[in-house]
Design a protein around this ligand. Structure first.
Ligand code: 5GP
Ligand code: 5GP
Length: 209
């Protein structure tokens, strides 16, 4: 980890399955009845495995710049905690400011992440193939990754908690916003069989979509 700002090499695009965290915690901003992976971040990386962070401390976060994106951000980039803006500002200052050479504004950074999220639609693929949230079923790690690979043409890496429940899906994306295999290969902490727990989130917005 260093905080130079030499140009980054590629992005790590990270989506989260809030159902794992929100089965045990209250997540007021997470829709409890949606099968939805949401955005965690779009992170500039170097090929050597390191990454830049907080590249421009002088670049303030301007909420106003995101005006037309806010409703999409609220549904697709919500926080498991209680403050959207704190999460977005954190992602922007830690990661977004390191991608200014290809995404020169806050608006372009958040807008590109939303586009990628739609283009590489995880729950669309998983639903289609029957990998739905369940508190009793387990799925083979490889089956899930193969299903995503069939659609995306690359193999994302799943992240799990200590009980083999999926927390995140990480995929690599080039500076030109095309999915790519991750340069360092992919290491996972997940077991061979993983779970996608159902959302038990009493305080979540109960909107069915
Ligand atoms: P964790 O250790 O929970 O995986 O990651 C903690 C934080 O470190 C992440 O929120 C992210 O900001 C940063 N981080 C972890 N791995 C990477 C990576 O591969 N690339 C980048 N750019 N940041 C990372
Ligand atoms: P990272 O540093 O890994 O890019 O982002 C993680 C930071 O964002 C942590 O400080 C965490 O407390 C905060 N955060 C706020 N909302 C969320 C969320 O929905 N998911 C995750 N993973 N972190 C969040």
């Amino acid at each position: 980890v260093h905080s130079t700002s030499r140009p980054f090499d590629y992005f790590m695009f990270v989506r989260q399955w809030a159902g794992t965290f929100c089965s045990e915690h209250n997540c007021p901003l997470i829709h409890s009845h949606r099968y939805q992976f949401t955005i965690h971040g779009l992170w500039p990386n170097y090929f050597d495995g390191s990454y830049p962070q907080f590249c421009d401390p002088k670049y303030d976060f301007h909420e106003d710049d995101l005006g037309d994106l806010i409703s999409d951000l609220k549904s697709k980039w919500p926080t498991i905690f209680d403050d959207y803006w704190k999460f977005w500002e954190h992602e922007w200052s830690k990661h977004g400011t390191c991608a200014l050479d290809v995404l020169p504004t806050e608006h372009s950074y958040f807008s590109e992440a939303l586009d990628l999220h739609e283009q590489y639609d995880i729950e669309d693929v998983l639903k289609e193939q029957g990998f739905i949230p369940s508190d009793t079923k387990t799925y083979y790690y490889d089956d899930i990754v193969n299903a995503l690979n069939d659609e995306f043409g690359v193999r994302p890496t799943l992240h799990c908690d200590g009980d083999g429940r999926i927390t995140e899906v990480w995929m690599c994306v080039s500076r030109h916003f095309k999915a790519m295999e991750c340069p360092g290969g992919s290491q996972t902490q997940c077991p061979h069989e993983v779970m996608i727990p159902q959302m038990h989130n009493p305080s979540g917005k109960a909107t069915t979509v």
